[in-house]
Design a protein around this ligand. Structure first.
Ligand SMILES: [Zn+2]
Ligand SMILES: [Zn+2]
Length: 244
């Protein structure tokens, strides 16, 4: 197979490793926005999306966050990839482990200080969706008051102009709207569920303080070995050895 054919094959086959490559995390390659965009499209139609994203997180999440931190604009490839995996327990665990990391604060600041509206409203929607998830996971208080005051008028304008639910939700979270705050708390509980509750579907042993953690992925806990064993056929698809 020629190297061009191999490259094409790789582009059409979305894996944790190929995503890392196009995010610029591995090899000598820089980020490749055209290939990354193509892979995102394929990823969204892939029935194994959850497994691919979980493997990606287990292997590359710390590197992805480093790449995100190194950016200086609000819309970038690491941000787009983080937005995809932000609902996974791997991401929640990473945030809880590295308590000093405030990606939410960073994303809000970048959006607050951006000099112009992104030319593509779809980019704006992605940024707001990401900030909305971060606000749910890290709390609106993680955004500095200064950034909040700068961001609110911009958000209101984007909301009027584009009328997209992701923008509206994000705006309402920043405004501390009670109903939206409640929804955000529900999302956080959902994202962190497997870190805090026995993963056996239908387990009734709630309130057990000492739970066994899956030593491989560290994103699932069980009340006993039996429930861990019975859950394995379902858990194994998203269980990958975490590097963090
Ligand atoms: Zn259980
Ligand atoms: Zn596991």
């Amino acid at each position: 197979m020629s190297s061009m054919q191999a490259g094409l094959q790789r582009l059409l086959n979305v894996t944790a490793d190929s995503l890392a490559e196009y995010c610029g995390l591995t090899g000598d390659q820089q980020e490749n926005s055209v290939f990354f965009e193509r892979q995102l499209g394929l990823l969204q139609r892939n029935p194994s999306q959850n497994a691919i994203n979980s493997e990606f997180c287990a292997k590359y999440l710390p590197a992805l966050v480093d790449a995100y931190d190194a950016q200086d604009v609000a819309f970038n490839i690491p941000m787009r990839m983080l937005n995809i995996v932000a609902y996974l327990p791997y991401f929640s665990r990473f945030l809880l482990m590295t308590a000093k990391t405030s990606i939410c604060k960073t994303q809000a600041r970048r959006m607050a200080t951006a000099s112009s509206v992104p030319p593509d409203p779809a980019h704006l929607v992605e940024m707001c969706q990401f900030l909305s998830t971060l606000l749910a996971l890290q709390g609106t208080s993680s955004v500095s008051e200064e950034d909040k005051q700068a961001l609110l008028p911009k958000m209101r304008e984007w909301n009027r102009k584009y009328q997209r639910q992701q923008i509206t939700r994000c705006l309402k979270q920043l405004e501390d709207d009670p109903e939206t705050t409640l929804m955000a708390e529900g999302l956080k509980l959902h994202c962190q569920k497997s870190l805090n509750e026995c993963g056996f579907d239908g387990c009734e042993n709630s309130g057990i303080s000492k739970l066994l953690q899956c030593s491989r992925c560290k994103t699932a806990v069980y009340c006993d070995r039996n429930h861990q064993k019975m859950s394995w056929p379902f858990h194994k698809a998203t269980c990958f050895p975490a590097v963090f």
